[in-house]
Ligand binder design. Structure first.
Ligand code: ACO
Length: 428
């Protein structure tokens, strides 16, 4: 792109190169802005700031497009397995059969978690939120694999990637089992990735458990839909932490913490709690629409609605809405909350407040309804999101390292006190 951006400030003109991505996203390159002009930019919430150049995920919020490495989310969700998508995100290409077999076998062989991690886990209160446990135990993994601190050991990075992919589902199931007072289950490596997770969640020593293929397939779709979403809050966190050359486990643990917030991945738990509340209060969706419209005074937001980037529709929400209908029908589940969700969506989409602000259901508006139908408890919803997002975080961390990005370090506009004279405590 031959264009240059001209900036005139304090009577002087400056020129900044522009650049264009492979999908024609345009940017001003202001890497030298402060050096040249003495100014920085102010962009709260990074609404206009490209923090990196990335070849992993493309999304077009106006057109409702989402692609991983060039493949449409619709194709991947209907045709691929979650581990194939994980490989695609992390290594850039869909795996050949041999590559897939090697990747999958390696993950199968690393599902067991060091027994000493159990001792850490045993120190948590029984009712600890599973996201608190997850971020702590992922962080603890760095203590068990100290070679992860060695930034020059390229070869061992693959090993840490495999360990994380293999062990996250194992750790994730522990909190659930203990909240029920049930023994935790060890992984069974003759099972595939998703059935293995389901077995650890739901099997009991006293009876046989058979994984329902409908449940496994639904989970496969959900995990794929959550697998990456370019520079969102948790992914940016992973990249930022990793940019200090912090190891993979610490970086991913930070991502888990960022995901937990109710404005991000924690929204899936909030949605179902909100829908339950509406149902228990008699099903009056308009009351909640009105509360959300007065968000400034009520502080209430319609969870599962709105998105920083999607301003037309969230393609993941479309797939999930249809999947919710299919899965509930196949499992013979009749969840009244699904009807509440549909009523709420219809009321919002016909309301000027939501229309004018381009607020549409996001990925998590319907995901909780499916999780519930699969038997997954509400406080585990965000953990499910984390299992899905893990390959995306890993891919973004790896790309950031391979691109040798500098440490992330935003600027600020200082608005505090100017120089003041210190008075000793007796004089105050
Ligand atoms: N309910 C009611 N009003 C809303 C909602 C909502 N869910 N979302 C945004 N608005 C309103 C805001 O009050 C604001 O109104 P105003 O212009 O009158 O001040 C306007 O819409 C723009 O909202 P912002 O907060 O500026 O938009 P932003 O892009 O910063 O926020 C976000 C996006 C955080 C997702 C927001 O829509 C939200 O809080 N949604 C609910 C939480 C949620 O579902 N999060 C999950 C996101 S998807 C994910 O992370 C996987």
């Amino acid at each position: 792109m031959a264009n240059a951006a001209e900036l005139t400030v304090d009577g002087k003109s400056y020129s900044f190169p522009t650049l264009e991505g492979s999908e024609h996203e345009k940017a001003f390159d202001i890497s030298n802005l402060r050096d040249q002009t003495g100014y920085v930019t102010l962009d709260r919430g990074y609404k206009n700031t490209g923090a990196t150049q990335s070849g992993i995920t493309f999304l077009d919020g106006e057109e409702g497009i989402l692609r991983y490495r060039g493949y449409s989310i619709e194709d991947l969700a209907s045709k691929a397995s979650f581990l194939e998508v994980a490989y695609l995100l992390i290594y850039g290409e869909l795996p050949t059969q041999d590559e897939f077999a090697t990747f999958e076998t390696a993950i199968r062989r690393h599902t067991l978690v060091n027994e000493d991690m159990r001792k850490i886990f045993d120190g948590f209160p029984v009712n600890a939120h599973p996201m608190a446990v997850l971020s702590s135990l992922v962080s603890a993994m760095s203590a068990f694999y100290p070679d992860s601190y060695d930034d020059t050991a390229e070869a061992s990075t693959d090993q840490h990637i495999i360990r994380l992919m293999a062990k996250l589902p194992t750790i994730a199931t522990w909190s659930y089992k203990r909240s029920l007072g049930h023994p935790i289950n060890y992984p069974k490596n003759n099972l595939d990735y998703i059935p293995n997770f389901l077995n650890m969640m739901f099997a009991l020593p006293v009876e046989d458990y058979k994984v329902d293929p409908v449940v496994a397939e639904a989970l496969n779709v959900l995990l794929i839909l959550h697998a990456d979403h370019e520079q969102n809050c948790s992914t940016s966190t992973v990249r930022l932490v990793g940019s200090s050359k912090a190891n993979l486990y610490s970086s991913i643990s930070a991502g888990v913490s960022a995901l937990w917030g109710p404005l991000h991945g924690g929204a899936n738990q909030e949605v179902i709690e909100m829908l339950e509340e509406i149902k228990n209060g008699g099903g009056d969706v308009n009351k909640y629409i009105d509360m959300a419209k007065n968000a400034k005074t009520t502080g209430f937001r319609l969870f599962g609605f709105g998105h920083r980037v999607y301003k037309n529709f969230d393609p993941r929400a479309r797939i999930i809405k249809k999947a919710a209908d299919d899965v509930l029908a196949k499992l013979g589940v009749n969840d009244p909350v699904l009807e509440i969700a549909k009523g709420l969506e219809e009321a919002a989409l016909n309301d000027e407040y939501f229309v004018s602000r381009k607020l549409y259901p996001n990925v998590d508006f319907y995901s909780g309804i499916i999780y519930r139908a699969l038997g997954i408890p509400t406080n585990m919803f965000t953990v499910m999101f984390a299992i899905g997002r893990l390959p995306g975080w890993i891919a973004q961390w790896k790309e950031m390292r391979e691109q040798k990005e500098p440490i992330g370090r935003p600027r600020q506009i200082y608005t505090g006190a100017t120089l003041r004279e210190f008075k000793s405590i007796e004089q105050r």
